[in-house]
Design a protein around this ligand. Structure first.
Ligand SMILES: C[S@@+](CC[C@H](N)C(=O)[O-])C[C@H]1O[C@@H](n2cnc3c(N)ncnc32)[C@H](O)[C@@H]1O
Length: 207
């Protein structure tokens, strides 16, 4: 059986970015949430499962330092090639984000997840993901989570999903986090199908 990293490597190596089922040419919904965060352009932003998203180039054009994670070496390789010389404010972390981050990286001000957390379906993996947030995100920092909503499709990229409500995200983050705002968004995938997401912004208020 293929490992999960092989699964993603294959998807990335077989298609152009714009053919990938989750490809978005407009990242304005994420940018809207960032605008709630004072001084975000000077912060350290962590992107779990960054893939080859154009969000990376959009963020870099505004000045923050980025930590770019993915389980797929192929995705990170392609992303590095796309950034070419524009990669001096980037750290790279190729690992399963459900596993404890061991690598030395800067403390994180803002964690931005689009369409990654919902691929973790084992409770142990989900807890591992949230443990990384708790150990790496600064107090006063923010988390943006854009995931398939409970009314969304049950599968993506050939994998079964754990879909989210705002209530479940709030519960999993616990009392240390406060919901700042949230909205529903219908993403239209490259095949023209509707994919309902929830977008949420949380602030870490204590340890
Ligand atoms: C649906 S894509 C989303 C990519 C990007 N966030 C975007 O919005 O375009 C999911 C991404 O998460 C990565 N991924 C999946 N499981 C992961 C895991 N356990 N740890 C880290 N990355 C993972 C995949 O390789 C892929 O790049």
């Amino acid at each position: 059986m293929k490992s999960i990293s092989d699964h993603w490597d294959t998807l990335f190596s077989e298609k152009e970015d714009c053919e990938l089922g989750w490809y978005e040419s407009d990242v304005s919904r994420t940018m809207e949430l960032l605008e709630h965060i004072d001084g975000w352009k000077n912060k350290t932003i962590f992107l779990p499962g960054a893939g080859t998203s154009i969000l990376v180039e959009e963020l870099l054009s505004h000045g923050p330092q980025l930590i770019l994670n993915d389980i797929s070496n192929e995705a990170l390789h392609r992303l590095k090639q796309k950034l070419a010389d524009d990669n001096h404010r980037t750290f790279w972390l190729c690992q399963d984000i459900a596993q404890t981050i061991q690598q030395k990286i800067p403390d994180i001000d803002i964690w931005i997840d689009r369409a990654v957390l919902h691929f973790l379906t084992d409770e142990k993996d989900i807890q591992g993901y949230f443990n990384n947030i708790r150990s790496r995100l600064k107090i006063g920092g923010y988390g943006i989570f854009a995931e398939f909503s409970t009314t969304g499709a049950e599968k993506c990229a050939g994998l079964t999903l754990h879909r989210y409500s705002v209530e479940e995200l709030s519960h999993r983050l616990g009392d240390d986090f406060q919901l700042v705002c949230n909205f529903d968004h219908i993403f239209i995938n490259p095949r023209g199908d509707e994919r309902p997401y929830i977008y949420t912004l949380f602030k870490r208020i204590k340890a």
